[in-house]
Unconditional design. Structure first.
Length: 615
């Protein structure tokens, strides 16, 4: 059912722009408390990015009043930390005479968040450190800010998600800079990855993107031990995750990595840490997208005897990757089709196959998947795991490419549920976080099956994908299954759009019949002409209108208008700054769920968001 069917909606939502993730968690919170700290902070981040902290503050006050007595100390601490963070972000918009009282109340909230758990909640330290670091010295919280932020960076193992402590380094650097500790400030800024500039909004997500390295699904490279002394995951070495499995007489790689230079770096780090490992004997390819075969030429040269195993029908997925992109920070400026053009498996798989590879029994299970037709599940029963590639990628294919199948994803979910292993290791770090175990898949499969039925019916009635996305569809049966929230909200919009794409033509209807898509050619050129020739607005009036859009959280509209205004008044630098701010805020909204959108908006903002250096 949709949000308006589930119960009373907060009145503040009426008429205001609401990002889909904010709408989802806002609706869920009206019906039951969320305990997962990631979800609580995702919602707070959404309010901050949209400049709607006042709405978030009211919502969190109601939740704390409604559920305060039933919350555990840790959960209450997390809600208070997020609440205090939003209050701190809102402080500059509080009337000047009221502001000191507002700030002191915010300090009390954050102190309470830490006190009720004896200072053992990293999120409470994080919020206090970030907020206190930005307060004027008259509030006397600079030393407390340093203590909170140092608590975090000295305990990297407490980081709730990779990349979350980026802001701790950033604000330590700012404090050290203000107090004349130049060398320490420079080091903290370097560790934050902000040597070439900082974003205008909070950065707490796991993506990184730059012209040299391209898009990375982890904020810093590291080698994760999956099975002690036998299986490793290479996170942050390019866009995809590369895995290594030690066999009795060889090393098996799962996929061939994103870029040649990323694979070389990953192997160097692995062999430095484990010099006794054998050479690579086999490379098992889950599917032939560019980011999973991009390092195959390096592996062929370095391990000429290694066998490549992959789907016999790899050519279509491989061919779709042979296209260009205007966004340089997606694949990197060094990308070349030569990386992937010559890939072909030595052992072609076209059916369920069991093989003894490097002394390990491995089962290849071809599956339609949600992304490509050449997907293979690679199961190792003795290790209680399956490597799934991108069969559950929440975007159901690369967004710019005609591919993917929501029905294939549902079928694959059911297949994974039936496997006699527990752990799933995906082709990207974030997907492994969302779908870690085969036993956790029932609730999300049922939720997406419900979404498919609801969306299909609406599409066949003439509604557009945008109509359905605005409806904020949430199955009532999913409430209470918190493990399903992240994968559902990450997948929902793309699921609806892919389904609409499969059921509609080059024209699309929408619910009113007044705004069909595909009948016109309206773009940046036409919007510039509207501003410059028809609206009769001067640059100042347009500037104020874009500012109001940003302050209201209407970020997509603000970005489109700012881009048109830049063309209409090319010498007015204020529109460039407004474009950058709107794009930065949109990047922040997408920093957990959509690496593609994140990269696009970071590049439109005219900056990079490079990885944090390995420590």
């Amino acid at each position: 059912m949709s949000s308006h069917q589930m119960g009373a909606v907060f009145p503040e939502r009426a008429g205001r722009p609401v990002h889909h993730t904010v709408a989802f968690y806002e609706t869920v919170l009206q019906h039951r408390t969320m305990e997962d700290p990631r979800l609580i902070f995702l919602l707070a981040n959404g309010y901050i990015a949209q400049g709607q902290e006042d709405i978030g503050i009211v919502l969190f006050e109601r939740v704390l009043e409604r559920d305060g007595d039933t919350l555990s100390p840790l959960t209450r601490s997390t809600y208070l930390a997020a609440y205090g963070l939003m209050r701190g972000s809102r402080a500059n918009r509080v009337p000047l005479l009221q502001r000191p009282f507002w700030v002191n109340e915010t300090i009390d909230v954050l102190d309470e968040a830490n006190a009720i758990v004896d200072g053992q909640n990293p999120l409470a330290h994080w919020s206090a450190g970030v907020v206190f670091a930005q307060l004027p010295t008259l509030f006397g919280r600079r030393e407390a800010a340093v203590e909170h932020l140092r608590w975090l960076v000295d305990r990297p193992e407490t980081e709730p998600l990779p990349g979350f402590y980026r802001e701790a380094y950033r604000y330590l650097g700012e404090i050290y800079g203000r107090t004349g500790q130049t060398q320490a400030a420079a080091e903290m800024t370097r560790l934050a990855g902000y040597e070439n500039g900082v974003p205008q909004t909070l950065s707490t997500g796991w993506f990184a993107t730059s012209r040299d390295a391209g898009l990375q699904f982890a904020p810093t490279p590291w080698v994760e031990t999956v099975r002690e002394d036998q299986v490793w995951a290479f996170q942050g070495y390019g866009f995809s995750t590369l895995y290594a499995v030690r066999g009795t007489d060889g090393l098996i790689l799962i996929d061939a990595g994103t870029q040649p230079f990323a694979v070389e770096s990953a192997l160097a780090d692995l062999y430095d840490a484990h010099p006794d490992l054998p050479e690579v004997s086999d490379v098992l390819i889950t599917h032939a997208h560019w980011d999973h075969i991009g390092g195959h030429t390096v592996l062929r040269r370095r391990f000429p005897e290694a066998r490549f195993w992959g789907h016999a029908g790899h050519a279509q997925a491989q061919g779709r990757s042979m296209r260009g992109h205007v966004y340089e920070q997606f694949r990197s400026t060094f990308y070349s089709h030569d990386w992937i053009a010559t890939y072909a498996p030595d052992v072609a798989i076209d059916r369920a196959t069991t093989a003894q590879i490097a002394g390990i029994q491995i089962e290849f299970l071809p599956t339609p998947g949600g992304e490509t037709e050449d997907a293979i599940l690679i199961m190792i029963r003795d290790l209680d795991l399956v490597f799934s590639g991108d069969v559950l990628m929440p975007f159901f294919g690369e967004p710019w490419v005609e591919e993917g199948s929501v029905l294939g994803a549902l079928e694959t979910l059911q297949t994974l549920e039936s496997l006699p292993v527990n752990d799933i290791y995906h082709g990207h770090y974030g997907i492994t976080v969302m779908y870690p175990h085969t036993t956790d898949l029932v609730a999300i499969r049922q939720a997406l099956s419900w979404l498919e039925t609801q969306s299909r019916a609406r599409l066949l009635e003439g509604q557009s994908a945008e109509d359905i996305i605005r409806a904020n569809l949430i199955p009532a049966d999913m409430l209470g299954h918190e493990a399903a929230y992240l994968p559902y909200v990450a997948s929902r919009d793309a699921f609806i759009r892919r389904l609409a794409d499969s059921l509609t033509g080059i024209w699309q209807e929408e619910s009113t019949g007044l705004a069909p898509k595909g009948l016109d050619v309206i773009g940046l050129v036409e919007r510039e002409r509207a501003l410059a020739e028809y609206f009769e607005l001067d640059a100042g009036e347009t500037r104020r209108a874009v500012r109001r859009m940003i302050e209201a959280g209407d970020l997509e509209l603000a970005l489109e208008t700012a881009l048109a205004a830049e063309r209409a008044w090319p010498r007015d630098a204020s529109f460039t700054r407004l474009r950058q701010e709107a794009a930065d805020r949109l990047a922040s909204l997408n920093q957990f769920f959509d690496p593609f959108a994140f990269t696009v908006f970071v590049e439109i903002a005219g900056r990079e968001h490079p990885a944090m250096p390995a420590q």
